[in-house]
Write a protein of this length. Structure first.
Length: 205
């Protein structure tokens, strides 16, 4: 079993998006084989950035990563699960154990995490359980610019090679409605930098 200094944490070969965050797939630097993580996170804090496509989750996570947060991105998690399962399709439920695995790995390198990920109200309890089992202080932030802004951002963003169909934007925009447990941030008139500053400052993340 390699030590953490002998492990490459991120996998450029699984990359599908053009943002800075990469899929987390630990591999041995000596032999190139995938590494199974046996460590379990035992504390720290995690900030969950939730929201529909175009809400700014990944962009803000990148900003926080530049400030020392260890970042996990939902789109990257999907790529890793597809790789591990050898499948082109994954269920949302399949992503929870992979997020847990990635938190456990990253906890070897720090204790402040940011997760940019679409989490529906039905899945929220599973993530809360995951965080509590690892003694993580957690907070959910729902990024919710107005609908027209989310659509415009999806049409102009360059981090994906294709434009997200508008029905997916509408689907998650309507679905992501929480009765408590999530702090809503209307980022319609804020830049990503201003939104990140607001989350870190006004919300005290």
């Amino acid at each position: 079993m390699p030590t953490k200094d002998e492990v490459t944490v991120y996998s450029a070969r699984l990359r599908r998006q053009t943002f800075a965050m990469l899929p987390i797939l630990p591999t041995c630097q000596r032999c190139g084989a995938d590494v199974t993580v046996t460590h379990t996170c035992t504390g720290g804090s995690i900030l969950v950035l939730n929201g529909t496509c175009g809400s700014g989750k990944s962009t803000i996570a990148e900003i926080l990563a530049s400030q020392g947060y260890l970042a996990i991105d939902g789109d990257c998690v999907i790529q890793v699960v597809k790789h591990k399962m050898g499948s082109k399709q994954v269920a949302l439920a399949d992503l929870v154990p992979e997020v847990a695995c990635e938190i456990d790995l990253l906890s070897l390198y720090g204790e402040r995490f940011v997760l940019s990920h679409v989490i529906t109200p039905a899945e929220m309890a599973a993530y809360v359980t995951l965080f509590r089992e690892r003694n993580l202080a957690y907070r959910f932030v729902l990024l919710k610019p107005d609908y027209a802004t989310a659509v415009a951002r999806c049409q102009s963003r360059t981090c994906h090679t294709s434009v997200t169909p508008e029905y997916w934007i509408r689907h998650f925009y309507d679905l992501l409605a929480f009765d408590g447990g999530a702090e809503v941030v209307d980022s319609t008139h804020m830049t990503p930098e201003e939104t990140a500053e607001y989350i870190l400052g006004e919300l005290g993340a």
